[in-house]
Design a protein. Structure first.
Ligand code: C5P
Length: 220
């Protein structure tokens, strides 16, 4: 066993696909922490509750978020018993998630859930603050980056594959706005942990990124 793996980076840098593959290779559990903030955002948007920090914190405290695997082995995000995997990728959720993730009380709740998951079994966890805050003692930390152009290209391709309509310049503006909010918030902002290995994925394929991470973890 190699211990927990933390993978952080800005939106669209390829963290989740790489993290899922690394987890598979190591036989670890994969935890998509972005999906947890997204699930709560989806719930807030659909609950008709006031857009008020106290109300959102209250909602976070009573929201159950879990992960399960579908028949093809794909990760499902379950919010209060319902599969919300598709809904949480919608534009409305992406456009509002950083406003919810900046609330200290929301982060306290999510971090508590994330640490509880990591205490049960070894995990590969991806997000924005995993190496710097959620699992500061994780022995393996990575920070993935890519240019805005490349991240936009990847996100558009993903949406194309999923049959979702998009406007390229809007996708790019959304990614940029989300990064700015994630970097500038006061609680646990998006930041590279001092002991995280930086991987620029611009010129690398997904398989190269995964191979690099696995090699590093195995100390090869
Ligand atoms: O990773 P993903 O793009 O799905 O994350 C959605 C949003 O959730 C991020 O833009 C950020 O606002 C928030 N997030 C966070 N901390 C994490 C993971 C995600 O604040 N550990």
């Amino acid at each position: 066993m190699y211990g927990n793996v933390a993978i952080d980076g800005p939106a669209g840098a390829g963290k989740s696909t790489a993290a899922r593959m690394v987890a598979e290779r190591l036989g670890y559990i994969y935890i998509d922490t972005g999906a947890m903030y997204r699930a709560l955002t989806w719930k807030v948007l659909n609950s008709g509750s006031r857009w008020d920090d106290e109300e959102i914190i209250r909602l976070a405290a009573v929201t159950k978020i879990e992960f399960s695997l579908d028949e093809q082995g794909g990760l499902q995000t379950i919010c209060d018993g319902s599969d919300v995997s598709r809904e949480i990728r919608e534009r409305n959720v992406s456009a509002n998630v950083s406003r919810i993730a900046r609330i200290a009380g929301v982060r306290r709740r999510m971090v508590e859930l994330q640490r509880r998951m990591a205490a049960q079994k070894p995990v590969v966890m991806d997000g924005r603050d995993i190496g710097s805050f959620v699992l500061p003692d994780a022995p393996h930390k990575f920070f993935l980056i890519a240019s805005l152009e490349e991240r936009t290209r990847r996100r558009c391709r993903q949406m194309e594959e999923q049959g979702i309509d998009f406007d390229r310049s809007q996708v790019s503006a959304d990614i940029k706005a989300r990064d700015e909010m994630d970097r500038s918030r006061t609680v646990a902002p998006l930041v590279q942990a001092a002991d995280a290995k930086l991987i620029d994925t611009d010129c690398l394929t997904l398989h190269q990124v995964v191979a690099l991470i696995i090699k590093e973890i195995r100390g090869e």
